[in-house]
Design a protein around this ligand. Sequence first.
Ligand code: ARG
Length: 294
Amino acid sequence: MRSDAHILLIDPAHFDVRYAINPWMQPVHWARERDVYMARARAGFDALYAALVSIGCRVSVMPGAPGLPDMVFPANAGIVLDGRVLVARFRHPERQGEEAAFEALFRRLQAQGVVNSVTMLPVGCYQEGAGDCIWDAHRGLFWAGWGPRSSRMAIDHIEAHFGHTVVPLELVTAQSYHLDVCFCPLAGGDLLYYPPALSAASRARVEALVAPAQRIEATAQDLAHFNVNAVNVGRDIVMSRCTDRLRATLTARGYRVHEVDLAPFMLSGGGAFCMTLRLDRRVDAAQPAACALA
Ligand code: ARG
């Protein structure tokens, strides 16, 4: 079935694991088997592409750039809603070259009529795109992570720019350095998440906005498999190889889990969600207005 989802992928030709800016990254291990991993990365990318097409997504693949190995994770490129793009500002110098590269890419998409506007955040205001700012279509709000990568002050900029509620969530562990590693709102209003990654105050915020029956708690094992870093479109969820427990939980709730071998990308700290960026997100008038915050 065709959905409205339009997803950007970045070709992995320039993907590499050369530095370590999160605890999952293993450049030494990678270097020992680089050729094997590069071939596996291409196969994993092709499988991800095929899985997204099979669930009805329109997928656009754009080239990365030499010297920017993490461009393969376009979730970090910016926040996109209603055709408006807020381009990311990266915390680490290793990724800062991506800002201009992604700005140019978004301008190309603007010229093609895919997006309408492209805006830069102020310098020094770190914000790593949809990886740290996830649109919850069911609730009509953004969940935004801050701490390891994105600045707390980015929240106000996002809210002012898009005019929608942004719920700040403080990330307190190195493993969940981006919100999308530990937090995945699903189409039906369910939330797949790993509570220990959030501060106590942020956990309380989530609990105030998401009913107990809608909360699906991931385990440390699910997190390590990058299963929370999943792409959800309707009933379909695309993710890296899934733990048996989580597959059973999601299936029992009526979701269809599609698994892809993304092991080489996990050696860079990424899974399915961060390899994608939704370009079509629109505020759905049929959805309830943003919930009042407790
Ligand atoms: N190596 C990349 C980094 O550390 C991985 C980014 C994964 N992206 C994400 N949204 N979790 O920045």
